[in-house]
Design a protein around this ligand. Structure first.
Ligand SMILES: C[S@@+](CC[C@H](N)C(=O)[O-])C[C@H]1O[C@@H](n2cnc3c(N)ncnc32)[C@H](O)[C@@H]1O
Length: 224
């Protein structure tokens, strides 16, 4: 992660945000306010305090994409799942500074959350921008995109719900494309490989550098 940040020209997190000793490591799937070890399906209406469309970002970093989305679409509720504690704090502080009550950030393992906690057909969108590529073969199982994640993501999306992906790692995008194209619960949105931008910190940085990037949107078919 730190190497990825350095590559992107982003500053490392302040030391005071580092995790305190004794706190169990990820995967974490308990939302703020829940007891650790909770495994029941999430009650989004209770978590956000209202009934609304819900969108999830996995790897929300410092929260730029989700805070912008939350400001633009106050009727939708947003959760940023981020495994790095310091980034959830930075993102939450950003949301508070912007006066947003429809977005939450939590230290969560987004993959495990989708596999174990997200109720079926409950999400309007899942956003994954610049996921860690884990290029070494022996680390490949740490990647977010796998057939089991694709299956769980398709089940978590409401009919017509979107899975939006962007990355600068073109070989990883080929794997992502293969995995998502092979999932029967998803279909590729025609023309979705261009014409949009996530606007995340990483995307802005890479755009300035002129780095090639790949994007795609898959959806749960509306009739599903
Ligand atoms: C390369 S950064 C991209 C951050 C942000 N999406 C952006 O585009 O600026 C990848 C982020 O994903 C987070 N991450 C990696 N695996 C994760 C997981 N399983 N669940 C949640 N966050 C994860 C990392 O901590 C890191 O903040």
């Amino acid at each position: 992660m730190r190497r990825a940040l350095k590559r992107a020209g982003l500053s490392p997190a302040p030391k005071e945000f580092l995790e305190s000793p004794g706190v169990p490591p990820p995967p974490r799937v308990a939302l703020p306010g829940e007891a650790p070890g909770t495994e029941s399906p999430i009650d989004w209406a209770a978590f956000f305090g209202r009934v609304s469309a819900v969108e999830l970002e996995i790897g929300s970093g410092r929260g730029r994409f989700l805070t912008d989305a939350a400001a633009e679409r106050p009727g939708t509720s947003f959760l940023g799942a981020e495994i790095e504690l310091e980034y959830t704090r930075i993102a939450q502080a950003r949301a508070e500074k912007m006066g947003l009550s429809n977005v939450r950030f939590a230290r969560l393992d987004g993959k495990e959350l989708v596999l174990r906690r997200v109720p079926g057909a409950s999400l309007a969108a899942i956003h994954v921008f610049f996921p860690d590529p884990w290029p070494k073969k022996r680390h490949a199982k740490r990647r977010l995109f796998s057939p089991d994640f694709a299956r769980a993501a398709a089940a978590a999306l409401a009919p017509g719900g979107l899975l939006r992906v962007a990355t600068d790692n073109l070989p990883y995008f080929e794997t992502i494309r293969e995995v998502l194209d092979a999932e029967p619960g998803l279909e590729k949105v025609p023309g979705s490989e261009s014409g949009w931008s996530s606007g995340t910190d990483y995307e802005r940085k890479y755009e300035k550098e002129g780095r090639p990037m790949a994007r795609g949107i898959w959806r749960r078919p509306p009739r599903a």
